[in-house]
Design a protein around this ligand. Structure first.
Ligand code: SF4
Length: 282
């Protein structure tokens, strides 16, 4: 599993690509200087005689629960902190190579422990990990290097396909939008959002993996039970303040690795045990 973490801004600054993703792009037409007339709709609760604005739903006591999780994560000693994707790329490589390595580490990390992903990335990097080096590598060699990551045979196929697309369509870099990233073979929404956080230092949405999905349901941070990480992402984005979207992945992944385990969570050691709806049933 993987998480975004502060300190990775160098990727973007090294790339010289701060600011809006579309800023300065060739082909993006300049806005007309003529002022357009803009219709302004009155929000409910603002106009005379309007209905009072209804408070947006949010889970009771979530701020308290979140602070407890921050406290429990303060030592930053979970596997994700030491071996997560954000630790797997070569920070001295050119920016587009770093971004490619981030994407590759994310692809390897699915259904795979952080330790195994980290070791596979180290083996790949020893051979000079770049778009060109992977395209020159035969499938068997790539498989031998990344083994034993989960579903390694499928990942060999997806990595080769994705790398070829990056070379042909993106000049060897990775795309800078979630919409384009999820079009790549073997890249799902969680990976796409993490790639945006880590590689582009841009937050387009919450990266929800199995830990974030499980814990959000246990704490009832979703209005009604969700069945998939993607459903959880949508439910969380409805109420969680945007400035927490990046941090929440890192917090909950490590919390899920150390305390709120999938099976037999350590509720007796959890600061949320008195305010967690799931504590007594597990
Ligand atoms: S009390 Fe138990 S189920 Fe609730 S957040 Fe803590 S570890 Fe998870």
């Amino acid at each position: 599993m993987s998480a975004a973490r502060p300190g990775l801004r160098r990727l973007r600054s090294a790339a010289g690509s701060g600011g809006s993703q579309t800023q300065g792009r060739p082909g993006v037409p300049r806005q007309s200087r003529r002022r357009k007339s803009v219709a302004i709709a009155y929000e409910a609760g603002q106009g005379e005689g309007a209905e009072p604005r209804r408070a947006r739903w949010e889970p009771p006591r979530w701020r308290e629960q979140l602070q407890h999780i921050r406290d429990m994560r303060s030592s930053r000693d979970a596997p994700v902190d030491e071996m997560g994707v954000q630790t797997c790329y070569d920070s001295s490589a050119p920016p587009e190579v770093m971004r490619y390595q981030v994407l590759l580490a994310l692809m390897l990390s699915s259904q795979t422990k952080d330790q195994v992903t980290s070791a596979a990335m180290l083996r790949l990097r020893r051979r000079g990990l770049s778009v060109d080096s992977v395209l020159q590598m035969d499938d068997e060699t790539l498989g031998q290097i990344i083994y034993p990551v989960g579903f390694w045979r499928n990942k060999v196929k997806y990595i080769k396909q994705t790398t070829a697309i990056l070379k042909q369509k993106y000049g060897g870099d990775i795309p800078s939008t979630v919409e384009e990233l999820v079009q790549l073979p073997g890249v799902g929404p969680k990976m796409a959002h993490l790639a945006m956080h880590i590689a582009w230092d841009s937050v387009a949405g919450i990266a929800v993996d199995t830990h974030v999905h499980r814990i959000s349901n246990r704490l009832k941070w979703v209005k009604k039970e969700t069945k998939s990480p993607e459903e959880t992402r949508v439910a969380l984005e409805e109420w969680l303040p945007r400035d927490l979207w990046k941090e929440i992945n890192w917090l909950l992944v490590g919390f899920g690795q150390q305390t709120c385990l999938p099976v037999k969570p350590r509720c007796s050691q959890c600061l949320n045990q008195d305010i967690c709806p799931a504590a007594t049933r597990l």
